[in-house]
Ligand binder design. Structure first.
Ligand code: SF4
Ligand code: SF4
Length: 338
């Protein structure tokens, strides 16, 4: 359980969590996550789902870290911090300790070199914070997009960094591992985070970039129902032009992404995504989607959309509302209509 000298000691805790972030990171690395950790010199001192240690052994470890007898390099939280009722944290206790996860985090976070929130629950509150939020679920250092959360706006880990928010529901395994490795190699500083604590090497991309439906998007040739090939933005609620992440530039589970699989992007890397009312349908005002691309003035988008629609090739228009290619690309000499 205790790492040998020279290794990076990582403790992974789960708050109000579905366990999906762990499921995601288990996909990491060509030869598996555990091998990748070994190769990276990271000693996973405890993880509630994958470690053999349980009961007294774990309590002993946590107390040793809290009392300064064991070193803590990386503290990772998956799931939101349930602070209720009345800031007791008793909605989410750490079994065998008669102490809430919330209060364990208040003890342990200042002792870690780096604190990492994996997933949008740990970062911003996420799914457990939706609606009336009866458990008072928050992120480690944010409540939605408001700074604060469980640890407070002023929190800094031992190395002087705020909480690193590897957002996503679930995040890509590569985002999590690359963030951990960037931290431990000294390549991630506060300057490398965006306004809501996400590493910019992830947040400087939009999920829309690289989508296999980009040709349909350019011509505003839209799917009208699920399973059709067209762009999902106009009718089916795709928010990838506003959502950060390189989701369509690296594969998930060996291949694919949400939009490649036929599902509209729900902007799961964004604070507050869980409160959207328009999953799989596009919110519109006077027929124009409310959520337009973040990198283009609205008037330009409306003008370009009208122009694109008037110039849509028949192949793109017909295929957009089909579940397979009905009109193949034309070739020189073909007698097919363009
Ligand atoms: S971020 Fe999503 S996948 Fe991760 S624990 Fe929360 S609900 Fe589950
Ligand atoms: S489906 Fe979404 S991600 Fe794909 S091209 Fe359309 S807007 Fe972009």
């Amino acid at each position: 359980m205790v790492g040998s000298e020279g290794t990076i000691r990582m403790l992974w805790l789960q708050g109000a969590s579905c366990g999906g972030c762990t499921m995601s990171i288990l996909e990491s690395g060509a030869s598996g996550w555990f091998d990748e950790l070994r190769q990276s010199g990271i000693d996973l001192v405890w993880h509630p789902s994958v470690s053999e240690q349980t009961g007294d052994e774990v309590v002993e470890l946590l107390e040793a870290i809290r009392d300064g007898r064991e070193r803590l390099d990386l503290l990772v939280l998956e799931g939101s911090v349930a602070r209720g009722p009345g800031l007791t944290g008793r909605f989410n206790m750490l079994a065998g300790t008669n102490r809430s996860i919330y209060h364990w985090l208040l003890d342990l976070a200042p002792l870690a070199d780096y604190v990492v929130a994996v997933g949008s629950c740990a970062a911003y509150g996420g799914i457990p914070a939706a609606g009336i939020n009866p458990t008072d679920a928050v992120g480690l250092q944010f409540e939605g997009s408001d700074i604060g959360g469980a640890l407070g706006a002023g929190f800094r880990s031992k190395r002087g960094l705020p909480v690193i928010n590897v957002a996503g529901c679930a995040p890509h395994p590569g985002w999590m591992m690359e963030s951990l490795l960037a931290l431990t190699s000294g390549d991630l500083s506060a300057d490398g985070l965006d306004a809501v604590g996400r590493p910019t090497f992830i947040a400087n991309h939009l999920a829309h970039h690289g989508c296999s439906r980009n040709e349909f998007y350019e011509f505003k040739a839209s799917a009208e129902t699920m399973s059709e090939r067209g762009c999902l933005m106009e009718h089916l609620g795709c928010r990838a032009t506003q959502a950060v992440g390189d989701c369509n530039q690296r594969s998930w589970n060996g291949g694919g992404s949400c939009t490649k699989g036929g599902y509209a992007c729900i902007a799961c890397t964004s604070p507050g995504f869980e409160s959207a009312q328009n999953y799989l349908q596009t919110a519109k005002l006077a027929g124009i989607p409310v959520g337009l691309p973040t990198d283009m003035p609205k008037a330009w988008f409306v003008a370009l959309a009208a122009l694109s629609k008037s110039a849509t090739p028949r192949r793109v228009r017909v295929n957009a509302t089909a579940d397979h290619v009905v009109v193949p690309p034309g070739r020189a000499g073909d007698k097919r209509r363009p």
